[in-house]
Write a protein that binds this ligand. Structure first.
Ligand SMILES: [Zn+2]
Length: 235
């Protein structure tokens, strides 16, 4: 009995670490999402915004096509380009939290992780009026302790199940192929609308109108992640 108690206490203060992402997705299916319900809907998602080199071009395409998407914003970039973040919001897209400075969460302590999320949410709220409930971890990396904190604080952590690999500077045809070959009902598609020094996302931007028209032809509609997952966009 006492031995059992001891084990429990230990687990409480020191949650098990080291589960893989796919194990975490299975263990926390409601908090950690990589796809939506298997109906003919997809969500386009764009990371690393706002970036004046690429984000306006992505927004122009989406406006022309009449598609709403979800953008994951970095705190430092949002501080630097608030009007571009405001444009994303004004044009009807959803905004999620992509950390303060693109830190790799699973290398951070819980306090550092919490600071990344909360600091960024304060910045996003000061610009858009809303604190996102969606977190996308940079590189998709998060650990169990952080996931538990997210669950307790009513966040959803959202990765993807279709990776365009556009950050590699791929051509329009390559990006199109990566997306269309892997997309099925409920897909969450990862692209970028911002990047580091020397990033080239023109292939990804050029692929977008054709990806949209091809998926429409196949009967898909486009939804934001809050709509797909049935969660509020912010508070
Ligand atoms: Zn990123």
């Amino acid at each position: 009995m006492s031995e059992h108690r001891e084990t429990e206490d230990k687990e409480r203060t020191n949650p098990p670490v080291g589960l893989t992402l796919s194990q975490l997705i299975k263990k926390y299916p409601d908090t950690f999402r990589v796809r939506g319900p298997r109906i003919k809907q997809v969500a386009l998602t764009f990371d690393d915004v706002p970036d004046p080199r690429f984000t306006p071009k992505v927004l122009d395409v989406l406006k022309k096509e009449g598609v709403k998407a979800t953008f994951f914003a970095v705190g430092t970039r949002s501080k630097k380009h608030p009007s571009l973040l405001a444009r994303i919001k004004r044009e009807g897209h959803a905004i999620g939290n992509h950390s303060y400075n693109h830190a790799q969460f699973n290398k951070l302590t819980l306090d550092e992780f919490r600071d990344q999320v909360e600091r960024t949410n304060r910045i996003l709220k000061s610009i858009t009026g809303q604190e996102p409930r969606l977190i996308r971890p940079p590189y998709g990396e998060i650990n169990e302790e952080q996931l538990r904190w997210a669950r307790k604080n009513n966040y959803k952590v959202v990765n993807w199940n279709v990776d365009s690999l556009d950050w590699k500077g791929l051509s329009k045809e390559e990006v199109k192929e990566n997306i269309l070959s892997a997309t099925g009902p409920g897909a969450i598609i990862l692209q970028h609308a911002g990047g580091g020094v020397g990033s080239e996302l023109q292939g990804s931007i050029d692929a977008l109108p054709e990806v949209i028209s091809e998926l429409r032809r196949k009967g898909y509609t486009f939804v934001t992640l809050p709509d797909m997952l049935g969660v509020p966009e912010g508070k």
